[in-house]
Write a protein that binds this ligand. Sequence first.
Ligand code: FCB
Length: 468
Amino acid sequence: MRRRHVLTLAAAGAVGAGCSAGDPPRRPAASPAPPAGLVFPNGFAWGASTSAYQVEGGATEDGRGPSVWDVFSHQQGRTEDGGTGDVAADHYHRSYEDLDLMRGLGLKSYRFSISWSRVLPTGRGTVNAKGLDFYHRLVDGLLARDITPVATLFHWDTPQALQESGGWASRDCAKWFADYATVVCYSLGDKVQTWLTLNEPKTVVEVGYTAGIHAPGVRDRRVANVVGHHLLLGHGLAVQAFRATGRKGRIGAALNLSPAYPADDSDAARRQATIADGEENRRWLDPVLLGRYPDDWLATQPSDAPVRAAIHDGDLAVIGSKSDLLGVQYYNPTYVTAKGGRVQKHPTSQATWQEIYPQGLHDLLTRIKRDYGDIPLTITENGMPSLQPVDDQDRITFLRDHLTAAHQAIRDGVRLEGYHVWSLLDNFEWAEGYSQRWGIIHVDYTTQQRRRKASADWYQQVIARNGI
Ligand code: FCB
């Protein structure tokens, strides 16, 4: 029902706000020429995103060790239709074809993640040269096609061996992560100039350790907050490890953020929105960019909460180690009622957690500038799943509306350097298995044949014009 609603709105061009670039003039004869469109700054990094476990497959090949997602997805009932990443989009074997598809689109930037357990099968110790070679070939292929590699070190696939030693609930995991960062950043650092440490630590905390519907399937809010702190510590230590390699380049985190609005104009709803903003945004942004936890967020943690003991002296200075950039991932706003409940006010998509509100992206980007200064930003994920397999007009509307909002933020002075659509390819969407298609390129999972969708054709034109 909800899904049909969103498609109807999208078809009528009503999804989202502020998409006026293509409106026809009311009196064609007398009015000025129609707007020429929105041009982005020179060098804007038009990109697309994927992550290792979602696209690679080759799960047991060339010495790769298992990650928490291999184990989790093979457990009964964890994913839709029992889907796993064993084969996924078979990108491990088809990377050259995929590189050519990227070149065909004219991509300037490709954001991918490195599978920790492909490089270090048990998470630490001996390096698996064949695993590292895969990423060297991928990066060489990108550079040969003039596409900038943007490498994420951790996109949720903790090596299973480390999980068995406590995983992110253990403080040691932050150190293991930094050691892995040293290996990868040193090895690839003569070719990769842009690094992202963590992808969406909030999702690991909320979905992996609180709701328990992502790996490792834990349901414990108290442990989850400890995990959140250790992830942030891992981020800080990885930034320091990268600097210590002496490699040139930039590093930062990729955070999923959600502007929080009161659901009505009562004072109580406003207060609740501030609390939600702490949970959704400041709890991640403040440590990474300011080297402190927000007082109001800390106040929500009872004095006996294990996270308090997990925060050691000096941790926040490590976490706040200077970042060179911030990856911003935007899928939905948050609306909060006077009682602190969450409500949706805009259409959703097939992913019912999503809420389509392009103006929220503008609000988010301008807010980061206002509260955290001029750190370079790049949108590392934004997109929607479509039920239209190839003629995905709803996705085109979505992308146009969000790019319009991003452009407005640039006009308002935000230092936005790039945009990466989620995703390049249809892929394994975690607990949703293969039931949601987020790619601008269609993947037939029986034949592994790729086919460009209408949104890919549209995006190619956007890139060629450097605007919409
Ligand atoms: C983000 C994840 C990404 C993908 C999209 C739809 O939260 O980072 O891997 O699942 O959502």
